[in-house]
Design a protein. Structure first.
Length: 341
């Protein structure tokens, strides 16, 4: 029994160490899925630790206890803030032509619409209730767009930019909707082996009571890299390539800010996702550090993983990051308040 437990401990630690592979090395089936499940390995680890204790196999028991701790180690920053958190309740109001937003706070939201099956009325209802300024959708279809307009989205978020609808899209195209008129927009900010990455740039003006001057250029992008089952190499490349959005948007404006929202089909355990963060992005839920925000799957009470993200470059501070269910989709919608520093 001790030998069997030792073998299980070795296998468990090999599983845990998959998260430490180089970014490209994990792009082989079934590693993306095994890595995604690492935060849940504390459950079998503790069960095996109890079994080892009952058998008085102390070395395997310690190995299982350490494995349980290691399985959740990367999640610690979600509960350990690195700076003081603040909550802002400013209401976003644009100027006369909607081209500049005289605010320092924006409410943003992203949702994977599951091949266009998401409840359009629920999306518009949440946009209104949560005072959303910028909405990003993935797996969008023309039929869903029609239902969103019928539900009144255009009266709340009148400006939009979509990626091109292509047969190679992974479940549908990506889209952005905005309360404010963009100063520029494009159907695809960068080329990745997945649906187009539409982007739009807004000029934000600090509120008069902040005492600061100058226009802040904030570029938003809606992204959806392929899932591993559509090709592991393309999955990894798509995630890592999103780092170019930061460089592209700030190339002509070193003070520019970039926000990437969407179903990124990856979590902090994946080396490819950590490579994306290293390119200059911070994760809103990880930075807020009040709790881990779960986003998939919506039909289970437990377990859950975080696949959807709101990423941003320096210049913003996140708060009120939370997820909630939109009927008709297998992902939770994700929302956050982003405040200019």
């Amino acid at each position: 029994m001790t030998i069997a437990l030792m073998v299980l401990a070795v296998l468990l630690w090999c599983w845990l160490l998959l998260s430490c592979l180089p970014a490209r090395a994990e792009a082989h089936m079934p590693m993306p899925y095994l890595i995604a499940l690492i935060p849940l390995l504390w459950v079998p680890s503790l069960m095996l630790a109890v079994a080892a204790a009952c058998c008085q196999a102390w070395i395997p028991m310690y190995a299982f206890v350490l494995a349980a701790v290691a399985s959740v180690a990367r999640l610690w920053p979600y509960w350990k803030p690195t700076s003081t958190r603040e909550t802002f309740c400013e209401t976003s109001l644009g100027d006369g032509d909607g081209r500049n937003a005289a605010v320092r706070t924006l409410r943003v939201m992203t949702v994977n619409c599951r091949h266009g099956r998401a409840d359009a009325d629920a999306i518009v209802r949440e946009v209104r209730r949560r005072h959303i300024d910028v909405l990003a959708t993935q797996e969008t279809t023309a039929e869903l767009i029609s239902r969103l307009h019928e539900a009144g989205l255009g009266s709340v978020l009148p400006y939009h930019q979509s990626g091109d609808d292509k047969p190679t899209d992974n479940g549908g195209f990506n889209m952005l909707f905005s309360r404010f008129a963009p100063v520029s927009s494009t159907a695809s900010a960068i080329e990745i082996p997945a649906a187009d990455v539409p982007s739009m740039t807004l000029n934000l003006l600090p509120s008069p009571d902040t005492g600061t001057d100058g226009v802040h250029h904030v570029t938003f992008a809606s992204a959806h890299p392929k899932s591993p089952m559509r090709g592991c190499p393309e999955w990894s490349k798509g995630i890592r390539s999103l780092g170019a959005v930061a460089k592209l948007a700030t190339g002509n404006d070193p003070q520019g800010i970039v926000v990437v929202m969407g179903d990124l089909n990856s979590s902090i355990e994946h080396p490819s996702f950590r490579t994306l963060l290293a390119s200059g992005f911070s994760d809103a839920s990880r930075t807020q550090a009040t709790h881990r925000v779960i986003t998939f799957p919506s039909w289970l009470k437990w377990p859950h993983i975080e696949l959807d993200h709101i990423l941003f470059t320096p210049g913003l501070r996140p708060s009120n990051v939370e997820s909630f269910i939109i009927p008709g989709t297998d992902h939770y919608a994700l929302t956050a308040t982003l405040t200019l520093d």
